[in-house]
Design a protein around this ligand. Structure first.
Ligand code: ZN
Length: 510
């Protein structure tokens, strides 16, 4: 296994460079003074270029060939064969993209992101329009590095959700949509739940302390991670012994920081659970954006917004915020944190309407890439589509086409489907875990998460990127990705909350 060892050493070295870049990025969004911005952009560009150049060298390909021979007789799921297989796939992809295109995209993305941070608060889509036109052009050129695709979005989707095709996602979303819309209609025909109990002043220190206590109980290891504040929460990893999360705090809402903390903690538990043997290699990461998101949503929603969870944690929340919550019942709180309404902002959306926000973006991405619509019409088309889907008018582009960073901080294509795939998968994985361990719901009511966490670690986390998402889903749940557990979960939760009738679920729509 001499070549495999040499390959591993090389991959770990590349990971060292990438980890340094991740640390600089973390610092950039947490503690860096504004004066560091220009140089930090350069540091990051240099490090990414060095890591990419080293990875695509012909020597990496030669070592991969030799290591493939050395591991040919090993089983598919052995660490060694998996490392060669997964690295080969990444290498084959990386060598197809010219270094010059990568630099061009990076430079352009940095400029566009800067422009977006100014344009968004000013409601000024016109100023980013030419930049976005170039983003679309660069996205197409990226896709064209992989000739032979069925749909031009496929290579871009492959980057985050390998093995998913635009056509598959489209069909899946259409089916989900036809089942979701009747539920949304039924719920929004009822009075909107009162959430004034959570919309109260809540000091930052107490919000943070409560969130930290919950994730400690979830099993977040503070010897191998920490939490800091930022504007747009995220999770990042420098090694399997240092996985960090960030959160934000709005003091006008009691549970604002909490749910972002639980979400990022779910991402972190995934990374922290990866087998240490994979450290520093391409296997030491979550396998796809959909599977990653399934873990953040599982811990945020299926656990953190469940009635059982609050049966245990509500007394502690009341103790933390006695003046605000002393006279608020558990039922009132549970309704407030699960309030469903048609709203403008994706990241604030509830579990039921959230996917409609994602579908709108996914469809527009495909239309842009296919050339069916042009960037110059995008703001208008967004408003029209939003009004058709949600029945409310978009008051400005700040809360419309400018709201999400994705198109202004990356490519157009492949950025959004992972969120909905994650929602669907969170329920499929959770249902499988409960089938294997029927005591899990009762554990949650007691504030105990060890069995659930252990099951996820054993079946999903420890493998890292060893299996592709479709392989993993099949192995873990015994079937391919399927909508039923998710739809059953939503119905099981929201039917009693909004007193929905069976015939409302069945009401067919397009
Ligand atoms: Zn997430």
């Amino acid at each position: 296994m001499k070549s495999l060892q040499t390959l591993k050493t090389r991959l770990i070295e590349i990971d060292d460079v990438n980890s340094a870049a991740s640390l600089l990025r973390w610092d950039q969004t947490t503690y860096m003074p504004p004066g560091g911005a220009a140089a930090r952009g350069r540091h990051l560009a240099t490090l990414s270029r060095l890591a990419h150049e080293r990875f695509v060298e012909a020597e990496t390909g030669r070592l991969l060939d030799a290591a493939a021979q050395e591991t040919a007789s090993l089983p598919f799921d052995s660490d060694e064969a998996s490392l060669v297989r997964v690295t080969r796939r990444a290498w084959d992809q990386a060598v197809k993209i010219p270094g010059s295109l990568i630099s061009e995209v990076q430079e352009h993305t940095a400029e566009t992101y800067q422009a977006w941070t100014v344009a968004k608060p000013r409601n000024d889509f016109a100023s980013v329009r030419p930049l976005l036109e170039r983003t679309l052009d660069l996205s197409r050129r990226m896709a064209d590095c992989f000739p032979g695709y069925d749909h031009i979005a496929d290579p871009l989707i492959d980057v985050s959700d390998y093995g998913m095709k635009a056509a598959t996602v489209k069909a899946l979303f259409a089916e989900l949509r036809s089942k979701l819309v009747p539920i949304v209609r039924a719920i929004t025909s009822r009075p909107v739940a009162d959430d004034s109990c959570v919309r109260q002043h809540a000091p930052e220190a107490q919000q943070l302390a409560f969130g930290l206590e919950v994730i400690r109980r979830y099993g977040f290891d503070f010897e191998r991670g920490r939490q800091d504040k930022t504007h747009h929460p995220f999770m990042t990893k420098f090694s399997l012994g240092d996985v960090r999360i960030t959160t934000r705090v709005r003091e006008d809402e009691i549970t604002d920081a909490l749910f972002s903390t639980l979400h990022e903690c779910g991402h972190a538990l995934y990374e922290l659970g990866i087998d240490p043997a994979h450290e520093g290699t391409p296997l030491a990461t979550g396998t796809s954006s959909g599977v990653h998101e399934s873990q953040s949503r599982l811990w945020e929603n299926l656990v953190g917004r469940s009635r059982g969870f609050w049966e245990h944690f509500y007394p502690l929340l009341q103790k933390t915020f006695p003046t605000q919550l002393a006279n608020v019942s558990l039922d009132t709180l549970y309704r407030a944190i699960n309030r469903v309404e048609r709203s403008l902002i994706r990241t604030d959306a509830d579990e039921v309407t959230y996917n409609l926000h994602v579908m709108l973006r996914f469809d527009l991405e495909l239309d842009l890439l296919e050339g069916k619509i042009a960037v110059k019409d995008l703001a208008r088309i967004w408003r029209e589509r939003f009004e058709a889907d949600f029945g409310i008018a978009v008051p400005d582009d700040t809360r419309g086409v400018l709201q999400d960073v994705h198109w202004y901080g990356g490519t157009i294509g492949g950025a959004f489907q992972g969120y909905t795939l994650g929602n669907i998968l969170s329920a499929q994985f959770f249902a499988t875990a409960v089938r294997a361990n029927p005591g899990i719901p009762a554990d949650i009511q007691r504030g105990e998460f060890g069995v659930l966490h252990g099951w996820l670690r054993e079946n999903i986390y420890r493998h890292g990127a060893k299996f592709t998402a479709p392989e993993l889903i099949e192995r873990v749940t015994g079937s391919p990705l399927t909508l039923e557990p998710y739809l059953d979960y939503l119905w099981g939760k929201y039917q009693p909350l909004y007193d929905l009738r069976e015939e409302e679920r069945a009401a067919g729509v397009r």
